[in-house]
Design a protein around this ligand. Structure first.
Ligand SMILES: NC(=O)c1ccc[n+]([C@@H]2O[C@H](COP(=O)([O-])OP(=O)(O)OC[C@H]3O[C@@H](n4cnc5c(N)ncnc54)[C@H](OP(=O)(O)O)[C@@H]3O)[C@@H](O)[C@H]2O)c1
Length: 332
């Protein structure tokens, strides 16, 4: 007889939940993403353990997209299996998100940002996950050839149909985010959240996007906070066989792991060590110092990594001197 998963009673005792922009929704400071490690090429039991550990520790938010896998769609299908097995009794305690915007099926209706694509893609995602609705639905990337009004009208429609509670944008520039936010407000469905890439190694959001989010009252959940594993102790001594950079299905390219990058990583590792933190923990804490960052969206390939990342919350404060030392390394 299989024993049903039972979440730990202590799960809400430690995480300081943060308000998502000016909305009513609180999110955990650390959320878990299913881009890698939940496809058909991965071990389902490992994925299940990671999600159990996440929820047991108060991580209420799981982030997906139509194309996560590989193959595309398989992360949602596998998540649906885990959901059925473990999480259905806890559905009202979970924030589940998905997205559409990248290539998903052949022909002119399986990509980008038309109403046709966004609405049918979410219908497919709901089927794969076995859900009636998602909590957040994102337009995954801006579409230069579809009127912004159409993509935003699709998001508004989806909320009115009850297929998503909130909507968000991902990979939109500051300028397009402002335009989209105004359109959504006029339609009566505010943009809840933006999902940009942000880490010590990619700070483009500091050039205007975070300001727009602050002004518009939109929250943010930042992806690849560890630069896909570079901002950890993982690559200090070369490229381990079981790492994302070594895997043929991983998005981190081997040639990104250069000597110059690793030299910076070593120096950052030293600063983290002096703060009694792992580099991964310092990288997470460094992002959470900005109140406009609602949640840091990590990916993990094993339970230990998730627990390591969660311990970032033990030391979120930076002295001026530590921040200066980090700036010096990043600008070197
Ligand atoms: N909206 C978008 O366009 C978009 C794009 C990308 C990602 N995302 C979302 O963001 C989520 C996170 O992205 P990401 O996976 O690139 O994030 P990440 O947290 O920067 O990288 C995750 C990888 O870092 C390594 N890692 C994590 N914690 C570690 C630790 N404590 N010690 C050592 N290594 C550690 C693992 O690599 P190994 O596998 O090598 O162990 C893990 O797979 C995705 O799952 C997805 O939900 C969204």
């Amino acid at each position: 007889m299989t024993i049903m998963y039972q979440a730990k009673d202590t799960r809400y005792e430690t995480l300081p939940y943060r308000r998502c922009g000016k909305s009513g929704l609180m999110l955990p400071p650390i959320s878990i993403g299913l881009w890698h490690n939940f496809g058909d090429v991965d071990v389902l039991e490992n994925g299940k353990k990671m999600l159990h550990t996440a929820f047991d520790n108060g991580i209420t938010h799981f982030d997906l997209a139509n194309n996560y896998g590989p193959p595309p769609g398989s992360a949602e299908t596998n998540f649906g299996r885990i959901l059925k097995d473990s999480f259905l009794p806890y559905r009202d305690e979970l924030i589940i998100s998905t997205k559409a915007g990248y290539t998903m099926w052949p022909g002119p209706y399986g990509d980008w940002g038309s109403k046709k694509y966004l609405v049918s893609s979410l219908d497919q995602s709901l089927k794969r996950m076995g859900l009636d609705y998602v909590d957040i639905f994102y337009h995954h990337r801006p579409d230069p050839n579809t009127p912004l009004e159409e993509s935003m009208a699709a998001l508004d429609l989806i909320v009115r149909q009850g297929k998503a509670l909130y909507v968000g944008l991902s990979n939109y520039s500051a300028e397009d985010t402002l335009k989209a936010s105004k359109i959504l407000k006029a339609l009566g469905t505010a943009c809840l959240i933006h999902q940009p890439r942000y880490s010590m190694f990619d700070r483009s959001v500091e050039d205007g996007l975070l300001d727009v989010l602050g002004e518009e009252g939109i929250g943010s959940i930042v992806f690849s906070p560890l630069a896909q594993g570079l901002l950890t102790n993982k690559y200090l001594k070369g490229i381990p066989e079981d790492s994302r950079a070594a895997k043929s299905t991983g998005f981190l390219q081997k040639d990104t792991v250069t000597e110059a990058v690793i030299n910076k990583v070593k120096k950052l590792h030293e600063i983290a060590h002096n703060r009694n933190q792992s580099l991964a923990q310092m990288a997470v804490a460094w992002l959470l110092k900005d109140e406009r960052v609602t949640s840091v969206l990590v990916g993990v390939s094993r339970v230990e990594q998730l627990l390591d990342n969660l311990d970032a919350l033990d030391n979120l404060k930076f002295s001026d001197s530590e921040l200066e030392q980090i700036e010096t390394v990043l600008n070197s």
